[in-house]
Design a protein around this ligand. Structure first.
Ligand code: F6R
Length: 368
């Protein structure tokens, strides 16, 4: 059943190229991005003047990534908020607000309440969901389904990367409706997305090396994760996976915050995972991160660096190096989050835990 794998999660991690391809399939037709159940008109999309993304847990991390792409492509302000906070704050919403609700199960109580609150305030709601006909899509104005297939492991993996891809489709649909991107640019961005299943497939060739690394660091007492720009939500997601599966203290930080506090945590032998931006695509940020890594390495950290293949500047500072293929910056989370999933699962297994059924957690959280 696990397809010869030690645990379902590994099978699902390896299904990501297919899940991504399925999520993208059929959404570019006649030269245009098309969503699934679209009960919003093009005029509704043109009228949008602000976007909120609401979600919980891993889905929230996919939303944090979406912000970079949607703001860049549409010039609309995007706020990303935990559904449980959004609902009980008094967010400023009206009929020109688009609320994107992301939920794998489509049944998460906090996200559902956020959707109801938003609709009560006349905002338009677009759901991104992996479960056909679930409650959240039923109560939304438009739906985009991720087609990741059923996920058995409690920890979200293929549904996470599929959410990231779906979020990009929403960003492109908005850019197309608003005219902030020309049709040929939308087509080009879609083609970049379509190349991602092959890129993720390439990352999967590192699985056994990453598993071996996981076993080597499995008895650490904590692991820190650092990233910048889209690498920051990837760091948060890497830390969440490790907490939920390996029951270890794990924290994700924006690398630029290091000197503002977290560097005090660095001690001899502490594993620190660093998600590097592209040395070509984001040269300035790349240089800043190289300097961060050298600082933490000098203070004794064991640096585990996820970097674009061929990024030689980072080598001297990487105690462990995991290479991922070069892809456009906004799409980098689709490749860089994969080794972090493998790392968390294998550390959990090495510590003797049930990777597919972590303690205290349920696949779908239907109470607030
Ligand atoms: C983490 C995980 C959870 C879910 C969260 C939201 O691996 O699975 O953090 O992402 O409970 O669930 P959905 O997406 O079903 O709303």
């Amino acid at each position: 059943e696990k397809g010869g794998h030690d645990y379902f999660m590994l099978k699902e991690i390896e299904e990501q190229p297919e899940a991504l391809a399925n999520t993208l399939r059929g959404h570019f037709d006649g030269g245009r991005i098309v969503l699934d159940e679209q009960r919003l008109t093009d005029q509704d999309l043109r009228d949008v003047d602000k976007v909120f993304v609401v979600a919980c847990g891993t889905a929230y991390h996919s939303g944090l990534i979406a912000k970079y792409a949607i703001e860049h492509w549409t010039r609309l302000p995007v706020e990303v908020e935990l559904a449980s906070e959004f609902r009980y704050r008094d967010p400023v919403l009206d009929r020109d607000t688009l609320v994107v609700a992301i939920s794998q199960s489509g049944e998460t109580a906090d996200t559902l309440e956020a959707v109801r609150h938003a609709r009560g305030q006349k905002a338009r709601v677009l759901a991104i969901c992996n479960t056909n006909g679930a409650q959240i899509p039923r109560e939304s104005d438009a739906v985009l389904y991720t087609h990741a297939g059923p996920e058995v492991g409690v920890a979200a993996t293929k549904t996470f990367t599929s959410q990231v891809a779906a979020n990009y489709l929403v960003g492109l649909a908005l850019a197309q409706a608003r005219g902030t991107k020309y049709p040929d640019e939308v087509a080009r961005e879609f083609a970049e997305l379509e190349a991602m299943p092959a890129a993720v497939h390439k990352v999967l060739s590192t699985v056994e090396d990453v598993r071996a690394l996981g076993r080597r660091i499995a008895d650490s007492k904590a692991v820190l994760f650092l990233g910048r720009h889209v690498g920051f939500p990837v760091a948060l997601e890497g830390a969440l996976k490790l907490k939920e599966l390996a029951y270890m203290h794990a924290e994700g930080f924006a690398a630029g915050e290091l000197k503002h506090g977290p560097i005090a945590l660095i001690e001899e032998g502490l594993p620190v995972v660093v998600v590097m931006p592209s040395p070509k695509g984001r040269a300035t940020l790349h240089a800043k991160l190289v300097s961060n890594i050298s600082e933490i390495q000098a203070r004794g950290a064991r640096t585990i660096v996820i970097a674009e293949e061929g990024d030689d500047t980072v080598r001297p500072f990487a105690d462990e190096l995991i290479e991922v293929p070069a892809v456009p910056t906004l799409l980098q989370p689709l490749v860089s989050s994969v080794p972090l999933q493998v790392l968390a699962a294998e550390i959990a297994r090495a510590r003797g835990y049930d990777v597919d059924k972590p303690r205290n957690l349920a696949k779908s959280v239907t109470v607030e």
